[in-house]
Design a protein around this ligand. Structure first.
Ligand code: PLP
Length: 449
């Protein structure tokens, strides 16, 4: 059979609420044209993020009832730790309430002002947490990633030559760690090849610099390696994931992505001295090391989710259903970041709205219009999110895991094609109010003059 079906059936449902165009125009204006400020009940199809929005399985819900809520030494922690160690091989597993808490702890311990942390592309929270320590966050994507239309297999890769040049220019002592994000979320959800991870590992070892993975979507990256890197076509996602983790000295992880959990994260390392410092910081703000800001039941959901995510039937469906959305809009001319990646489809908004200059945030303008037209919430990944560091003006349509069916996605396709048909009438935007950090979450906008 050629048809790829959802490898699950639905046991519990939530109603969706329709609104009219007039209602949505009023609501989004009241929200300062920032979709983060909308109430979720006013959104029909929510593609804002795949973070914490997964549908949990019956096994996860069952495991939650087993959650051990002991303050210290919870059985749920040891269950999660066993699953994580078996998967990653890392010695220390430090639970946190989400990925950015792991980042804050890692960078507070490792970074000093004036130092430099390279990444294939930093995620917004990674960049912000590095800069908060006074260090500099540098993106080193491969040159091919600049061309959103190039159909190459591993556009998430790090430019290893640029990494060598950065080390030569700054001196190895100025790099407290090297990070690689799998998959490359801000770089269009593109995967990183095993060969690239091995090359980065080689450079890190040569200069004695620790190498960390931002592993939020490790399973989707593993599947894309399985599909696209010939050497791994006969390897299981678990084998590939183990190999990826074995190349690194540690990782940060948001369980809100590839662990099907609604909250949670972790920081892993093989370094005893760092782990001790990290645990001290953890106690200060997150909690005791066997719960780290999470309930025992959350740790259970993560432990089960980390096993389920590596199911080949699930990953085949996941990657195929993301590509389904991408192919159906791209075949009608909508410029997407090619090829479709793991968790989201990214529309190249600058290319779709050439009449809107970058200073007028084409990604934001498109996000607002898609909401006004069809009640679909998406997110700008461009100059609003990254300011001058933005390489592209993208609109991200992130697909929550196991949540929407193919007919929901068909509705999204139809809406995008309708908006595409009247794209020349979409106006640019300007910022009227913004906070000092991570402005995309709370800035207010209005139409550009
Ligand atoms: C989501 C995400 C993070 C941060 O995780 P949170 O759980 O949202 O704090 C870090 N890096 C990447 C690549 C992410 O996608």
């Amino acid at each position: 059979m050629k048809t790829v079906i959802e490898p699950f059936r639905i046991k519990s449902v939530e109603p969706l609420r329709q609104t009219t165009r007039e209602e949505r125009e009023r609501l989004v204006s009241k929200a300062g044209y920032n979709l983060f400020t909308l109430e979720a009940r006013d959104v029909l199809i929510d593609l804002l993020t795949d973070s914490g929005t997964s549908a949990m399985s019956t096994e996860q819900w069952a495991a939650m009832m087993r959650g051990d809520e002991s303050y210290a030494g919870s059985a749920s922690f040891f269950r999660m730790k066993r699953v994580v160690q078996d998967l990653t091989g890392f010695k220390h597993v430090i639970p946190t309430h989400q990925g950015r808490a792991a980042e804050r702890i890692l960078f507070s311990v490792m970074c000093k002002p004036g130092q430099v942390v390279p990444n294939n592309t930093h995620f917004d929270t990674t960049r912000a947490n590095i800069e908060f320590t006074g260090a500099r966050a540098v993106d080193l994507p491969v040159a091919e990633a600049m061309d959103t239309q190039a159909r190459l297999d591993f556009k998430g890769n790090m430019d290893v030559g640029a990494l060598e040049r950065l080390i030569a220019a700054e001196g190895p002592g100025s790099l407290p760690l090297i990070m690689v994000t799998i998959t490359n979320n801000s770089g269009g959800g593109q995967p990183v090849s095993m060969q690239n991870l091995e090359a980065v590992r080689g450079v890190a070892s040569r200069y004695g610099i620790p190498f960390y993975l931002d592993a939020c979507r490790f399973a989707e990256n593993a599947w894309l390696i399985h599909e696209r890197e010939a050497e791994y076509q006969h390897s299981s996602p678990r084998e590939i994931a183990r190999r990826m983790f074995s190349l690194a000295d540690g990782c940060t992880f948001s369980a809100k992505k590839d662990a099907f959990a609604n909250i949670g994260g972790m920081l892993c390392t093989n370094d005893d001295r760092l782990a001790a410092q990290e645990t001290n910081l953890l106690i200060l703000t997150e909690g005791f090391p066997t719960y780290g800001g999470l309930a025992g039941r959350d740790l259970e959901a993560i432990a089960v989710g980390l096993e389920e995510i590596l199911d080949p039937d699930y990953l085949r469906y996941r990657i195929a259903s993301t590509a389904y959305l991408g192919r159906h809009i791209a075949s009608h001319g909508v410029p997407i970041v090619e090829p479709p990646g793991g968790h989201a489809i990214y529309i190249d908004a600058a290319r779709m709205l050439p009449h809107v200059p970058r200073t007028q945030f084409p990604g934001q303008a498109l996000a607002v219009e898609l909401y006004r037209h069809a009640g679909i919430r998406s997110v700008e990944i461009g100059s609003v999110m990254f300011g001058g560091a933005a390489r592209h003006e993208l609109l991200r349509l992130a697909i929550p895991r196991r949540v929407y069916t193919q007919s929901h996605i068909d509705y999204v396709v139809e809406a995008i094609l309708e908006v595409y048909a009247y794209r020349d009438r979409i106006r640019g935007m300007r910022i009227v109010e913004e906070p000092p950090f991570l402005r995309h979450f709370s800035a207010r906008f209005d139409w550009a003059q």
